[in-house]
Design a protein around this ligand. Structure first.
Ligand code: C2O
Length: 550
């Protein structure tokens, strides 16, 4: 629990213990109203979508989800490691799903609309001014786990094989030894497979995201072949390290912001939600589609592409990997989070309501992930898999990212002095990088210091990407390979959706680990440089301040 968010003020100077206890009890009773509440399951009849995203209505009330005690244990395998028999099943399952009429809640079309409704501000509640949005906050991981769970149950039932699982698209695996993880598998990318139309194929994809090109987890521009991959593999590894290890040391950094019932929306996603989740979405969508970046790069149509589900299976796996990494990494325990509920159609077209609490343990859901190496965890070994490739830059590839700025200790204090403090509101990031300083709260390192950039306002229908650097004032768009790179903000466009007026987002950046890594854990101020890449919006934001988390 982060102490800065403590909802209720402590009363000091109370004379009577009894009065104090009574006050505490009263505050506890009041807190739920002050803070919000868990989300009740949305009702489809209260769905209003301008894009036709509302799922088919079902008059029967949802049945509560039961843990699947009678299902066999299932193992989701890496997409690059599956065999021909599996591919045949996988194709058959999606073939059958595509053949269902759109009005069937199990159809791919209806599944995609379900995702769209949950992310498009379509679910209204009679007693809340704001619709539900499951991205940009702490529901990101559990909601998508539920969505995939039912999607997978539907596929399994269509082919009559309860052991069937989705594969996970292992884009975080940069090993250059075939079969490659960081490619779209050919059985998903070819229009025809065994001379038949491929049900996993989707026309609306970025040519540069299809084989033989690799996925660029961060910048999302250009076509990168294995033979000319050079630093891409290393950059991808470093991004993974930043998003899973150094930048995600606490639950709130990884899971994203608190989001309670009747709030306007999630106020900012966690590290992984932005990148690589968001960046891979944008990178795989077709930039030349009528709506740029359809399908994968627009949340309202992304789930029309079967790639979506393999992408999210990897996200779901990485959640599990993150939890297993130790330190402060654990799931959230806020009761509003645990008790929030969402509804889905199951394989029998029944509506089921699931609470977040029910999906936190994979063991309870009776599935797991094939064990694969996660080489990005250890920055000193990044280069290990890379050595066999001829034109790889060995020196750079096998080491941690090098510092790019050449600041010495005296320059550091000079830089701190020369960097302005920000105003409390009205700050703008445009195409010019912006450098500023923030006063630190705990240079002793016993708390985790988190920089929060608040009230970010952009055009939510467009892409936006910001890279952040520590003590590297001359950083540019191509500096992500520097040790000073420490966080990225990535927004997936929601082409048809207009956010509520006044909707803003905040961005949390973990400072503590990065300052240690840079050998600057003693500095009084952090100097931050923000660089907008791949977009040229006038990005407005409020303050930038530091929070402490236990
Ligand atoms: Cu609900 Cu990858 O988005």
């Amino acid at each position: 629990m982060a102490f800065y968010t403590h909802p209720c003020p402590h009363r000091k100077h109370m004379n009577s213990v009894y009065v104090a206890l009574a006050v505490v009890a009263a505050l506890f009773a009041l807190c739920p109203q002050v803070e919000g509440a868990p989300f009740p399951p949305p009702q489809f009849r209260n769905c209003r979508s301008l894009d036709g995203c509302c799922p088919p209505v079902n008059r029967k009330p949802p049945v509560p989800f039961q843990l699947p005690t009678n299902l066999p244990w299932r193992t989701r395998r890496a997409a690059q490691l599956v065999d021909a028999a599996y591919i045949a099943k996988y194709h058959r399952a999606y073939g059958l799903m595509r053949a269902l009429p759109n009005s069937d809640p199990r159809s791919l079309y209806a599944q995609a609309r379900m995702h769209c409704a949950y992310c498009g501000g379509a679910f209204y509640f009679p007693n809340s001014a704001y619709p539900l949005e499951i991205h940009d906050g702490w529901f990101f991981f559990p909601w998508h786990r539920m969505f995939l769970y039912f999607h997978e149950r539907i596929l399994a039932s269509l082919i009559g094989d309860p052991t069937f699982t989705l594969p996970f698209w292992n884009w975080d695996n940069q090993s250059p030894i075939a079969p490659l993880g960081n490619l779209v598998p050919r059985y998903m990318s070819e229009a025809y497979w065994n001379r038949r139309p491929n049900p996993l194929y989707n026309r609306n994809r970025n040519r540069c995201a299809l084989p033989p090109f690799l996925i660029d987890l961060n910048s999302g521009v250009g076509c990168v072949r294995m033979s000319s991959a050079r630093s891409i593999l290393t950059e991808n590894n470093r991004l993974m390290y930043t998003q899973m290890v150094s930048g995600a040391t606490t639950p709130s950094l990884f899971h994203g912001s608190t989001y309670r019932f009747r709030w306007m929306g999630g106020m900012g996603g966690g590290t992984l939600e932005g990148a690589p989740h968001g960046t891979v979405h944008i990178f795989t969508g077709n930039p030349y589609a009528k709506n740029p970046y359809d399908d994968m790069g627009n949340l309202n149509v992304a789930a029309l592409d079967p790639l979506f589900y393999a992408h999210h299976a990897n996200i779901d796996r990485l959640w599990e990997v993150w939890k297993g990494m130790g330190g402060r990494r654990r799931d959230l325990t806020d009761p509003d989070y645990l008790r929030s509920q969402f509804i889905f159609y199951d394989e029998n077209k029944r509506l089921v309501s699931v609470s977040v609490r029910q999906v936190l343990s994979l063991r309870n859901l009776r599935y797991g992930y094939q064990r694969v190496a996660n080489p990005w965890m250890n920055p000193r070994a990044f280069g290990m898999g890379v050595m066999s490739s001829d034109d790889m830059d060995m020196s750079g590839a096998s080491m941690e990212a090098a510092k790019c700025s050449s600041l010495q200790y005296s320059d550091v204090s000079a830089l701190v002095k020369a960097s302005p403090l920000l105003e409390n509101s009205g700050n703008v990031l445009s195409i010019e990088p912006l450098t500023f300083r923030v006063r630190r709260l705990d240079p002793t390192g016993s708390w985790q210091e988190i920089l929060v950039i608040e009230n970010i306002a952009i055009d939510w229908t467009q892409t936006a990407k910001i890279n952040a650097f520590l003590f590297h004032p001359s950083a540019s768009g191509s500096s992500i390979d520097c040790m000073e790179f420490f966080s990225t903000f990535a927004h997936i466009p929601e082409a048809h959706h207009r956010k509520k007026k006044g909707y803003t987002r905040s961005w949390k950046l973990g400072l503590t680990e990065k300052l240690v890594q840079l050998g600057l854990s003693q500095v009084s101020h952090a100097v931050i440089t923000l660089v907008q890449v791949g977009s040229d919006q006038q990005i407005k934001f409020g303050s930038a301040r530091i929070l402490l988390e236990d």
